[in-house]
Design a protein around this ligand. Structure first.
Ligand SMILES: Nc1nc2c(c(=O)[nH]1)N[C@H]1C(S)=C(S)[C@@H](COP(=O)(O)OP(=O)(O)OC[C@H]3O[C@@H](n4cnc5c(=O)[nH]c(N)nc54)[C@H](O)[C@@H]3O)O[C@H]1N2
Ligand SMILES: Nc1nc2c(c(=O)[nH]1)N[C@H]1C(S)=C(S)[C@@H](COP(=O)(O)OP(=O)(O)OC[C@H]3O[C@@H](n4cnc5c(=O)[nH]c(N)nc54)[C@H](O)[C@@H]3O)O[C@H]1N2
Ligand code: SF4
Ligand SMILES: [Mo]
Length: 694
């Protein structure tokens, strides 16, 4: 091949992956391919830093295993044999099978299924336009954010908070139930700035000595699912030792006296018995929080992936209300900025098309595909699917049921993917998808405040097409009408920007990104929280959760009326004496990057972190293969002896494909799909298991 046909240039983009950091990127383009990827210095949140897996993105984008042509299954389902077909044949077949499904059972038999493999607003959400236009079963997204978001909303009333860059101006940074070194590296940039420039201490609350806890000044190591207890004991000490800001509480909280009375029995000793964290460490942690006005709590998703996760998130968000930290620059609690964008999604999602079709729960895909009448909401079976940007046959809980569902011969599945994932391998038709550098899209930061343009920089390999192109082509064949199908991705971006008064796509092209951070008073709730009386809800109204979902989920009627340790978690018992957490692996991103050699080489093999004393009691040695079983399934993992855990707690860093494990079953064979109260979602880190020698 000729070298340097085209000169090297730098393209500007956003990382499209499902990560709160949403980094602004600078990408070298050479000979029509991407090369090195760097974090933008001009973007004050990214601040020139990105994670290692995206820095070596060329490995993923230019990978020889990328899908480049449409395929049709030839062997039996799941065997993995496919033959190339043309795009027209593939699209005709999908349209034909969707029509058949509709004729046999009505439009709700078709279930378009997607998630956040790309976070681009056009490519991710456009599938909903087809769903609405055809009256197909709607998609209730639940797997990731619902416990966290419903928990945060319960107190503040709004999913936003202090500018995440203010962490650098804080005097005490508390990283609670997130592992940013692995999952959102830029949080560390700003936290470490506070340490360097202000001598701030960094506390990390986690259930194992994560790569983030390795860097903490104050490690707070607790048992899984006990954050509510820790938060309550902290607040007990704040009230008891005169560290609560009573003037602030009077103006900005609903019922501080009620909470104080409730917490009287939530002592550090009480919490020690639940969390495993010694009472004196709880006292010291509470005093550090109470005596540092500028305490910034960065609350993550990890600690909410438990059956009591929403209650835990709410309890943590109460802490700055007790201390009044919200009112200080560098103080308060931040979880997500999703409420600050306010896009009009009418064109992208076809929101003006009326539909009363059922909304099926993403996390319960196993129950849905195996015909559970309750999960099907009393409606027809699902017999046809189009899947974009997600890999349920690795990532969905209750994997044994999921795999049985996908094995059904009367289920037609089309998967639009970049790689032959485990879900694509179960499909009837596989369509090759573009990557973010190969299409136009628009991105918003979850953990920051930037709107970023991600323009097409290179031509896709082979016959790859965008999500938008596939949706438009199917709409055409299926007779689905909406203006959004006539628009290009660039038109959609322009429409989204203009509808919100954020200029045009040309203007954004010049600027690359927009900082839409709300002003200080708004971000810090200086004029009150987002309720009619402006008061933070210490006593949340769970029955009227502000989270928009098609109803209430899980045992929401049993939720405690005050912040508490809610015992609904899967406590260990005699049969299943260990608590398992399935924390994300640093070099993978969910199931993405499990296809790149660089990431696999770093992660090595699927392992179970096991306390050496637990290992000794089980007579398990370093590296030995162990059988880990829950009530839902079992998996074989190599034991890695690790003392950064409470005894009785084990961690498996994930998400490896099922097929990467001896025995062919992955970590989600152990996890459950029963919904978390009150807004749904999966308790992926809340599992009781037993461990045995193989
Ligand atoms: N490298 C990498 N980055 C990722 C991802 C990935 O898979 N890999 N996934 C992306 C996605 S989709 C998301 S949503 C975000 C999520 O990012 P985070 O907010 O960081 O959430 P989790 O990754 O689920 O878990 C983070 C930490 O929570 C801890 N944890 C688990 N249970 C408990 C508990 O009960 N209490 C406490 N205090 N801690 C607990 C885990 O041990 C883990 O260290 O990360 C994104 N970034
Ligand atoms: N045990 C356990 N299970 C978990 C978790 C956990 O912590 N533990 N985390 C959960 C969480 S938080 C999440 S969000 C889910 C995420 O799980 P997934 O949704 O499966 O996550 P991703 O790996 O981000 O993306 C899936 C796929 O999208 C594809 N993709 C990317 N861009 C495009 C595109 O433009 N077009 C098309 N058609 N495809 C594209 C990628 O190739 C990838 O295979 O997993 C959940 N499952
Ligand atoms: S830290 Fe997150 S947003 Fe930034 S490059 Fe890595 S995966 Fe993408
Ligand atoms: Mo997620």
């Amino acid at each position: 091949m000729n070298q340097h046909i085209l000169p090297t240039r730098t393209g500007y983009s956003a990382c499209p992956h499902d990560c709160p950091s949403t980094c602004a990127l600078e990408i070298e383009v050479e000979d029509g391919r991407i090369g090195r990827v760097r974090g933008s210095r001009a973007n004050s949140f990214t601040a020139g830093v990105i994670c290692a897996k995206v820095a070596r993105y060329a490995e993923r984008a230019n990978h020889p295993d990328r899908l480049t042509q449409p395929l049709r299954r030839i062997g039996p389902k799941g065997e993995g044999r496919f033959a190339p077909i043309s795009w027209d044949e593939a699209l005709d077949e999908i349209a034909h099978r969707f029509r058949d499904a509709e004729q046999a059972h009505g439009p709700e038999a078709v279930w378009p299924y997607y998630y956040a493999g790309t976070m681009g607003l056009v490519m991710r959400d456009g599938i909903n336009r087809l769903t609405r236009a055809k009256g197909y079963s709607r998609f209730f997204s639940s797997i990731c954010v619902n416990p966290a978001w419903s928990g945060f909303l319960a107190g503040t009333g709004k999913l936003a908070g202090p500018d995440p860059r203010e962490m650098a101006k804080s005097d005490f940074v508390v990283i609670w139930g997130t592992n940013p070194v692995s999952t959102q590296i830029n949080v560390m940039t700003h936290a470490i700035r506070a340490r360097k420039e202000r001598g701030a201490k960094i506390a990390v609350v986690d259930v194992y000595r994560s790569p983030t806890m390795e860097q903490a000044d104050i490690p707070i190591l607790i048992r899984p699912g006990t954050d509510g207890a820790l938060a309550c004991a902290v607040m007990h000490v704040l009230f008891r030792d005169g560290l609560a800001d009573r003037a602030y509480l009077k103006d900005f909280a609903d019922d501080a006296a009620g909470l104080e009375a409730h917490l009287a029995t939530r002592t550090p000793d009480w919490a020690e018995a639940i969390t495993g964290l010694p009472a004196d460490e709880i006292e010291a942690f509470a005093h550090a929080i109470g005596r540092t006005k500028k305490t910034f709590i960065r609350a993550g998703y990890g600690f909410t992936r438990s059956r009591n996760g929403a209650v835990a998130m709410h309890a943590v968000s109460c802490i700055p209300t007790l201390t009044g930290a919200w009112k200080h620059e560098g103080g308060g609690a931040f979880h997500s900025n999703s409420a600050i964008y306010g896009w009009n999604k009418r064109m992208v999602e076809g929101l003006d098309i009326p539909t009363s079709a059922r909304e099926l729960d993403q996390s319960r895909i196993g129950d849905i595909l195996t015909g559970d009448p309750e999960a099907l909401l009393g409606g027809p079976p699902v017999t046809a699917m189009l899947i974009q940007n997600t890999n349920p046959v690795s990532v969905a809980p209750d994997q044994e049921t999921v795999r049985r569902g996908f094995a059904r011969n009367d289920l037609f599945v089309a998967v639009h993917e970049q790689f032959m994932t485990e879900t694509a391998a179960m499909a009837d038709i596989v369509l090759p998808a573009t990557m973010f550098t190969e299409h136009d899209d628009l991105y918003q930061g979850g953990g920051n405040q930037y709107v970023i343009l991600g323009p097409k920089l290179v031509e896709p390999p082979g016959e790859c097409r965008t999500n938008h192109a596939v949706i438009v082509a199917l709409a055409d064949r299926l007779g689905a009408a909406h203006e959004g199908f006539q628009m290009s991705p660039r038109d959609h971006i322009d429409w989204l920007l203009q509808a919100k008064g954020r200029g045009t796509v040309e203007e954004l092209e010049e600027k690359r990104f927009l900082d839409v951070q709300p002003d200080f008073d708004t971000a810090h709730y200086v004029k009150g929280f987002n309720w009619p009386d402006g008061k933070f809800r210490l006593k949340p109204d769970w029955a009227h959760s502000r989270f928009t979902s098609p109803g209430k989920f899980g045992p929401y009627r049993d939720m405690p009326e005050w912040p508490d340790h809610w015992t609904v978690i899967e406590e260990a018992n005699a049969d299943y004496p260990f608590r398992l957490v399935t924390a994300p692996a640093r070099s993978f991103l969910n199931s993405s990057f499990t296809e790149t050699e660089g990431s696999v080489a770093r992660e090595k093999r699927p392992e179970l972190l096991l306390h050496p004393e637990d290992a000794a009691a089980l007579e398990v040695g370093e590296g030995e293969l162990v059988r880990v079983a829950s009530a839902r399934g079992e998996v074989l993992l190599h034991a890695r002896l690790f003392d950064g855990l409470r005894r009785g707690v084990v961690v498996a860093e994930s998400i490896w494909p099922n097929r990467a494990h001896a025995g062919g079953r992955g970590i989600n064979s152990l996890t459950g799909a029963d919904p978390v109260a009150p807004a749904g979602g999966a308790a992926l880190h809340d599992n009781r298991v037993r461990i045995g020698k193989v």
